[in-house]
Design a protein around this ligand. Structure first.
Ligand code: CP
Length: 337
């Protein structure tokens, strides 16, 4: 049987997506013990993490398995990720050998690799995570790549189910927020895809120049259509959040100015009022709409203190759910059958 990877929630299909969320709820209620005994996850963190690293390690441990963390260039060799290069620079080994070798020791390989912010036409191909999957004969788990953060997407979906009951038809607003740096689009794309998979009314509010990649938008539209939801675009944060059941606040960099940070920064400078305030929170449905963020969050830059510390915020529940959905995903992918 061909090995399965976990690279994007849309790859799961509707049935498996629902089944993993159901299993995650059972895991969270304490109904599932064991299942990963003597299983090993090799987790390669090419970029930093708090939640992903800690929750994946906890998930493996809680079901009897073990996670080995690798940080290339810090205790493991630095890796070359480009194909076909003459390796006479600083990188000591290629991801081709890395992937093949780790697959001999581990039952699955996790990879976190952010885009470099230089050339979207190349980086949008998500080559590094795809090459790990291509060269490993064991499942590869995306711990956030240039285009997707599926573990976050699953946790977002679980949180929406917990907080809203059946989310189908409910209003999910993904809103851009100002941030001092141009951040990747993997989280906003994955969150919108997950909400679309739940059949929600997905609204994406963003300023001019901050459209998501057209292929990501196509996936969001496809998933919404398949699940009976719909998608609309908005260009004003405060109007979009009125009546929302859920507001997902997230910053991302402009793809229009990708690789031109000075121009992007100048364009972004006039957008500081794209910030989630208490007034915006009170305008949500009956003032009770949930406020979401993947974390880490910049307080009083993306979301005000009063919102993060108030009753609408579910950001810590979202972070907790990372653990439960990853336990379910790991049991499904490499667990004892
Ligand atoms: N949300 C998230 O992935 O957090 P980390 O970057 O801390 O892993």
């Amino acid at each position: 049987m061909r090995k399965r990877d976990f690279l994007a929630t849309e790859d799961l299909g509707a049935e498996k997506f629902a089944a993993i969320l159901e299993l995650a709820a059972r895991v969270k209620r304490g109904e599932v013990q064991g299942g990963l005994e003597r299983k090993i996850l090799a987790a390669a963190f090419m970029d930093p993490s708090l939640r992903t690293r800690t929750s994946m390690e906890a998930a493996m441990f809680l079901h009897g398995g073990h996670m080995i963390v690798l940080e290339p260039g810090k205790g493991s060799w630095s890796w070359e990720t480009e194909r076909g290069v003459v390796m006479e620079g600083t990188a000591v080994e290629h991801l081709i050998e890395t992937s093949r070798v780790l697959a001999r020791y581990a039952d699955a390989i996790g990879v976190r690799v952010f885009p470099k912010g230089t050339e979207w036409v190349r980086e949008r191909q998500d080559r590094v995570i795809k090459d790990f999957a291509a060269y490993s004969d064991k499942p590869v788990i995306n711990l956030e790549s240039a285009r997707r953060h599926p573990c976050q997407g699953l946790a977002d979906a679980m949180t929406l189910q917990e907080k809203l009951g059946n989310p189908k038809g409910k209003r999910f607003v993904l809103t851009w927020a100002w941030h001092p740096k141009p951040l990747p689009t993997a989280v906003p794309a994955s969150a919108a895809i997950a909400a679309a998979q739940l059949g929600m009314e997905v609204v994406i509010a963003r300023p001019e120049g901050y459209d998501l990649d057209p292929d990501d938008m196509a996936v969001i539209y496809q998933q919404a259509a398949a699940a009976g939801g719909r998608v609309t675009l908005a260009n004003n944060m405060s109007d979009a959040t009125v009546g929302a059941d859920a507001v997902y606040v997230k910053s991302w960099g402009s793809l229009q100015y990708y690789g031109r940070p000075d121009e992007e920064k100048a364009h972004r400078a006039g957008l500081r009022d794209w910030r989630m305030t208490m007034a915006g929170t009170k305008a949500t449905k009956a003032g009770k709409g949930i406020v979401m963020h993947c974390l880490p969050v910049r307080r009083n830059v993306e979301i005000d203190d009063a919102v993060l510390d108030g009753p609408n915020s579910v950001v810590v529940d979202q972070a907790e759910n990372r653990l439960h959905v990853q336990r379910a995903m790991l049991l499904d992918l490499i667990g004892a059958k």
